[in-house]
Structure formats: C-alpha cells, structure tokens
Design a protein around this ligand. Sequence first.
Ligand SMILES: [Zn+2]
Length: 148
Amino acid sequence: MRCDKAIEKYLSLDNNQSMPLSLLIHIFVCKQCNKEIQQLHNTFSELQKPPYAISLESKIMAQIMLHKSYYQRVSSFNWVAAGIIIVLSIVSLSYSDTLQWLSLHFGNKLLVPLYLVMGCIVSGYIGSYVATHLKKLQAIAHNIKSLL
Ligand SMILES: [Zn+2]
C-alpha cells in the first residue's frame, strides 16, 4: 500500500471504525505514515473535547433551530374528497368492464391481490389520517370517555 492511499484509507474510516489489516501493516512498517496518522488521531481526539465539541454542537443546534419545522396541513375537504374517491373507486371497481375482462383471463387468482392492494390503500389512508390528527382524535376519545 502506498503512503497516500494509506492516509486516504485512514481518513475514510468512520468514527471508531477499526482499521483494516493492510492499513495496520503499513502503519507498522512505515514510520512517516505512523507519525502522520498519530498526529491526525491526536487532532481528532482534541476536536472531540469540550471547548471544540460544545461550540460545534451548539452552532449546529442553533442552525437546526433556525430552520422552520416542516409541517404541511391538509384541509378537511381534501381528506373527505380523497376518502370519497377511494370508496367510489372500490365500489365502481366491481362493476368495471376491465375487472370482468381481467377475471375472464386470470380467473379468481386476480381477486386476492386486488383486495390486498385495496386494503393497503385504505389502511394507508386511515393511517395517514390518524397520524396527522392524533391530538384531535385523542380529544374526541377523551370526550367520549368522560361521557361514559
Ligand atoms: Zn506510508
């Protein structure tokens, strides 16, 4: 292994990742690389100590706090419209000519995957609604619970 490749390999390692055997052998044999990697190790260790680590962490956290949190609100009308479209699609699917044509060619083997896909779509819709309206649903559940 050449010296520049050895240093490049050392720098490509993630934090606390063990060095490959070829690199260890090269470091053991080559005094120049041994010295350079030792200096790099000392520098990286120094950077992880409090004065640098805290200031770097606080700068990063300050930058993160400056960013606006991503939250996209979907109106109730869009939720209802999407639900109606899904229900109408499922109801109209059983009357469609395409399904009858597919059933003619594939028989009943088509129905199970089709119902699985529809189940996934309905589950995704309901799961998305619950995940985005969790606080509202908790309040409704609390009100129902207090009535009982
Ligand atoms: Zn070397």
